[in-house]
Write a protein that binds this ligand. Structure first.
Ligand code: ADP
Ligand code: ZN
Ligand code: MG
Length: 490
């Protein structure tokens, strides 16, 4: 029998607010454990939560970008369960009336061929069920790993950090679609400035719900939830594994029961964590210490008017406005940092194609070698733009430009400064260049004849020879001019 996979994703997004969702404690990480805490986020009796307006604004921004309806009123609820990282004994979340609902996003996706590349590219719309706000829990550190005692520790710095939960409808039919949706979400929240998108560090966490059914069936199969997938690759592998596992169970006559599983990267498989019988009954009820959250038209309009350009719009604009190919446009719109750097460079040098090439080749390779991000790059857009302008005006050759770039990158100096320092000067002297050109023309009579007979492509050969002879230091514009004169005269 032929089976079809059905997948839905629940994604937790950590919002980039300065302070926590219900108190004024800082959200910065990396400090000593239990330093960014107060009675509210430690869950001490009698401490009252106060909602952070910035967190709500970020949540609205995300809801709008995901095509959701923002509810005029949403309600915080207590989700009750016991765990040592949850000092209150409940998490404040949203349940029956979430912040935003009924969204849809269009995602560029495709199918993965047997050799691993993406084929049958298409755009597909995936529906979002709901987007709600909640607080994060603390962090458990097991095994006394830092002191070898075998004890567990808890750090409440993360307790009360604002999260957004984005729940999709079960609209994905392959791990590739889930992967593409997740990577689209990631790009979107980064562009919106609401999350840093770092999966490995837990700023985005994903649970995948996977089921299979006979192809063509209407009824959904039993869903298995695979929790805490902290990379796009694990997400894809875990879904693929689950699909195969479930098909095997069913086709051997077995039945699946609803359960929660975890991904084991070492064994490349999922394993059971708890069954449905062990699932929590959270006894949700409206949070009595918080009023319903009212979002009026003015607030919505304010957020709407400050929405940045989203990744797909930027991608399309890069193709139409700068004439970039799909590959280049995808790379350069991958993050706002790259996109902004690109546009600033183009504004400087007015050469969209060259700016793209320099970023994708030279700049990418230097960044990679140095282990730096583009935001940390010492070659600023005006400096790269200046370098490209120097090539375009014929003041230096492309070859010299490339030789300057590593030093520009490591020292932060401008191209003219390095040119001076290195003593690399252009040969622009017409007498000197003419001498070289006459020599080369004289040494290649056969090529000269072919050129004159109409093989105009040979012009490049002569330019190449001149450049070789001058170690790339000849002024390219002058070479073109003089070479033309010399070859065309009889
Ligand atoms: P629960 O009540 O268990 O939380 P929901 O209906 O709220 O379940 O769905 C949670 C997530 O699971 C959603 O992303 C949804 O799209 C997905 N989902 C629900 N049913 C299935 C199914 N049969 N197969 C795959 N995913 C599913
Ligand atoms: Zn606090
Ligand atoms: Mg649910």
């Amino acid at each position: 029998m032929d089976y079809e996979a059905v997948i839905g994703l629940e994604v937790h997004v950590q919002l980039l607010t300065k302070s926590k969702i219900f108190c004024g404690c800082s959200t910065t990480f990396g400090g000593p454990a239990n330093t960014n805490v107060c009675p509210v986020c430690l869950g001490l009796p009698g401490a009252l939560p106060v909602l952070n307006r910035e967190a709500v604004t970020m949540a609205i921004r995300a809801g709008l970008a995901l095509g959701c309806r923002i509810n005029p009123q949403s309600i915080f609820a207590r989700k009750n369960y016991f765990y040592p990282d949850l000092p209150k004994g409940y998490q404040i979340s949203m349940y029956e009336q979430p912040l935003a609902q009924a969204g849809r996003i269009e995602v560029r996706t495709g199918e993965r061929s047997e050799v691993g590349n993406i084929v049958n590219r298409k755009r597909k719309t995936f529906r979002i069920d709901r987007v709600h706000m909640e607080e994060d829990a603390g962090k458990l550190i097991h095994d006394g790993s830092h002191d070898g005692s075998g004890r567990s520790w808890v750090d409440f710095n993360r307790s009360g950090v604002p999260l957004l939960e984005i729940v999709s409808e079960p609209d994905f039919r392959s791990s590739q679609e889930a992967y593409d949706y997740m990577s689209h979400l990631r790009k979107t929240v980064i562009y919106l400035g609401v999350c840093d998108g770092n999966l490995e560090e837990g700023s985005m966490r994903c649970d995948a719900n996977v089921s299979v059914r006979p192809r063509g069936a209407d009824k959904l199969g039993t869903k298995i939830e695979v929790k805490n997938l902290n990379s796009l690759r694990f997400l894809q592998k875990a879904i693929d594994y689950e699909i195969q596992r479930q098909i095997k169970v069913i086709s051997e006559g077995g039945t699946l029961t609803q359960e929660t599983r975890l991904w084991d990267e070492e064994r490349s498989s999922t394993f059971a964590m708890r069954s449905k019988e062990e699932a929590h009954d959270y006894r949700y009820f409206p949070e009595p210490d918080l009023r319903p959250l009212e979002i009026n038209e003015a607030w919505l309009a304010e957020v709407q008017s400050s929405m940045p350009e989203l990744p797909d719009t930027k991608y399309a604009r890069f193709v139409s406005e700068y004439g970039l190919g799909e590959g280049d446009a995808t790379l350069l719109s991958a993050s706002p940092d790259w996109a902004d750097y690109y546009e600033a460079t183009v504004a400087e040098c007015r050469n969209a194609k060259a700016a793209a090439n320099w970023m994708i080749t030279e700049l990418t390779s230097e960044l990679k070698n140095a282990g730096k991000t583009i935001a940390e790059c010492s070659v600023t857009p005006p400096r790269l733009g200046e370098l490209i302008r120097l090539i375009d005006t014929g003041e230096i050759s492309g070859k010299i430009a490339k030789s300057l770039f590593p030093e520009m990158f490591s020292t932060g100096a401008t191209a003219p400064v390095i040119l001076c320092r290195k003593g690399v000067s252009q040969i622009s002297d017409e007498g000197e260049l003419s001498r070289v050109i006459e020599e080369i023309v004289g040494a290649h009579p056969a090529q000269v004849e072919s050129f004159r007979a109409g093989k105009s492509k040979l012009f490049g050969f002569f330019v190449g020879e001149v450049m070789k002879r001058t170690k790339g230091q000849a002024n390219p514009q002058k070479v073109n001019e003089l070479l033309k004169n010399s070859l065309e005269k009889f």
